[in-house]
Design a binder for this molecule. Sequence first.
Ligand code: ADP
Length: 611
Amino acid sequence: MSLSHHPPLSEPRGHLLQFYKADEPALTASVGQYLAEAFKRREPLLVIATRRHRRSFKRRLKTLSPSTELNALEVPVVFLDAQETLDRIMIEGRLEWERFEDVVGCLIRQLSSSAGAPVCAYGEMVGLLWNSGQKAAAIRLEAFWNRILEQTGCTLFCGYPIDIFDPEFQSAEVHDILCAHTHVISGGEPRELEAAVHRAFEEVAGPGARPQIAALPSNGNGSHPRLPAAEASLFLLRKTLPEHAGQILSQARQHYQTERRFRALVENSFDAISLMDRHGNLLYATRSVSKVLGYDPAPLVGSNVFKLIHPDDLRRLSKTFRQTLATPGLPVHAELRVKNRSGQWTWIESTTANLLDQPDIGAIVSNFRDITARKTAEQKRRRQAEKLARFNAELEEFTYAVAHDLKEPLRSVSVFTELLMQRTQPDAEARELAEFIVDGVHRMSALLDDLLSFTSLKAHVKLRRLDLGRAAQQAIRNLDTIIRESSAVVEVGPLPQVEGHSNHLMQIFQNLIANAIKYRSNQPPQIQIVAEPAGRECVIKVKDNGIGVPGEFRDHIFGLFKRLHGREIPGTGIGLAICKKIVEGMGGRIWVESDAGQGSAFCFTVTPIKS
Ligand code: ADP
């Protein structure tokens, strides 16, 4: 709330008054500002208030000067309880000047002389007296205060729990209170109060009443200070329109409360809300703009939002504006960077709607909220994923190079060991050792071959439409010898068409069928390859009647070099890792279902394409 329509508050003997019962937050706002201004002028503060008001004034003072630690101020700030102070200045229910002078007067003089400046006081002992029906006592106490104000040059702000929409407001006692003060602060948001009062006047007395109201001398009989417009109209209601007074009051109250409720809703919304013209000039911004961007909303009005946007997001904002203008009433979403009060960029998510055609709004409305934390986390995750992908690519290149280069010396070891055996006359023990060497070389060579196939799998190969059944048949043909040797039976059910790489898909089937044979039980291997639809996907299952996979190892076996067996069953632990890499490269998943001793079903998902 602005106090700017009042004479400077530092004026000696300024004795202010606010009737706050119709809008209590308005009291907190104006007293908070009154105290904060005095504080900036380094005047000592004295607040005599109820506990609840003291708490909200302190809070308000802190938001106006956040750096201020109330206890650590150079200028003295004293908060007293209104009821306790009132009890101290009354004897047997009567106000005593001497007691007032002792308790309040002395304190004011003391504070003034220690700070070298007049005291700025707020008091509501008068409000307590008024509330308990001791109206004459309240007016007497005002007279005491006026003597102190005159003697010390201090300023006083009085809060009265009087409802300006209540007939009590037009009473003779209120007239006396007004006469004891120099300024009256509006008891609510001045423009909204005025609008509510005017609307009620027009509704009840008809538009003809307007000139009559406008012509009223707002200071009544001239013996009390100038009243704000809404208060003036209501105060003189009994005189001007006595027959309509009751109805006007009740309707004005209703209008003002509805307006207040709506304002509170908008101001306290988690999102900041702003209104703009079609060029992006700000017409209005809610208080929550300060929560999101740190700006005070009032000075922001009139500025152009394009000036606050990150240069890289200007095109996006222009596009958002074009889209908003082209689609009246429809929400348009955007994520943009806006310069905040401390000069940093705040990421906001905004929803904009073109309500230019709506007579009550006539603007582009934008709701926005701070998403900097989410954006920063997203950027961090993206950077980490890129780093990891780069690192993996380098690692694979390195692994490929090492596996490739190791094959040559390995072949030499094998060849020269065999030559050595032929050219010398080794005894049986030496021959056995040589066989170990050659066997080791063969295993290592197989490992390097598998490693080469794993690292040479490229994630971004060109995909073709192909028949999974053909890939399975190709794998069966490649495994012809071991299938025959093991008397395995392989049945292939109808399989779908997919987008993929024929060699890769063949390799999956080849590894899974070969494993089904390798890890067989004492029964001849029975292998079934089937497809089961699962929503938009299809699960391909390679089922066997082999030794099965124990539950705790079902994830483990898909890792590189992970095996559950020793030399008794040869292998490198790379086959399933290759299958996983291919399946995931196509956007699918792979897993094993198995009950101990009941065989296994290796399953992977594919997305079939309709033929
Ligand atoms: P390798 O067969 O060379 O050891 P894989 O990566 O193909 O490597 O398999 C990893 C491990 O998973 C195997 O060592 C084995 O223990 C287990 N495994 C794979 N397929 C089967 C299967 N069909 N039945 C039982 N165990 C299996």
